[in-house]
Design a protein around this ligand. Structure first.
Ligand SMILES: O=C(O)CCC(=O)C(=O)O
Ligand SMILES: [Fe+2]
Length: 196
């Protein structure tokens, strides 16, 4: 459970703004994104088998994004998205040049344990994560097997991951058996053109 604003952790920091967007504004963005984004169902290789990712994704950025053996090609964001992009930059106090969108259609859509630690993101990346729609649980665990943390992410909330967090912690969006409507997550990132 996080406190409003800054939450210093061992080896990282989380900034938490549960009321970043009013509920109606969050709902309007979700509807627009659902209808207007070219959502992709990607296939990834897992233990030698091709499997569909348990979510839909989209990527906007000046550079291609490579993760989990997948390449999402460079693609300019639509103009109508920029007010939301700028608002997230302002709250995070950081410029972003990339946006990964995740669309979780139901409780069986999820994201497994990982860190956003691709070389292009550099040291101590600041990643801003905006949630729209269904409340889902976000889980964190320290790589050394120690602390665990989890936080429900309500619609319109902004979670900023910063400091050394990506180097020392993993995070996930677990599946749930509870009845679920759709959730869209936007994670804003800054990519360097060559690994730093
Ligand atoms: O959906 C979420 O809240 C997590 C998304 C995430 O971790 C990612 O896109 O790297
Ligand atoms: Fe992530």
């Amino acid at each position: 459970m996080l406190a409003y604003g800054v939450n210093p952790l061992r080896d990282g920091v989380l900034y938490w703004y549960p009321d970043f967007l009013p509920p109606e504004t969050a709902m309007a963005w979700q509807q627009q994104l659902t209808a207007q984004i070219p959502w992709r169902q990607e296939t990834i290789r897992l233990f030698g088998r091709w499997v569909e990712q348990p979510r839909l994704v989209a990527w906007f950025g000046a550079l291609a994004y490579r993760y989990s053996g997948l390449t999402l090609p460079a693609c300019a964001p639509p103009d109508w998205l920029m007010p939301l992009w700028r608002a997230c930059e302002q709250r995070a106090g950081q410029r972003f040049n990339g946006l990964l969108l995740n669309r979780y259609r139901h409780g069986q859509d999820s994201m497994g344990w990982h860190a956003d630690d691709e070389p292009e993101l550099g040291r101590e990346p600041v990643i801003a994560s905006l949630s729209l729609g269904q409340v889902r649980r976000f889980a964190l665990k320290h790589r050394d097997g120690g602390e665990r943390l989890s936080q429900e992410l309500p619609s319109g909330s902004l979670l900023v991951m910063a400091g050394a967090l990506q180097h020392h912690w993993l995070h996930a969006l677990p599946k749930t058996r509870r009845p679920c409507v759709e959730r869209i997550n936007l994670t804003f990132r800054y990519l360097y053109s060559s690994p730093v």
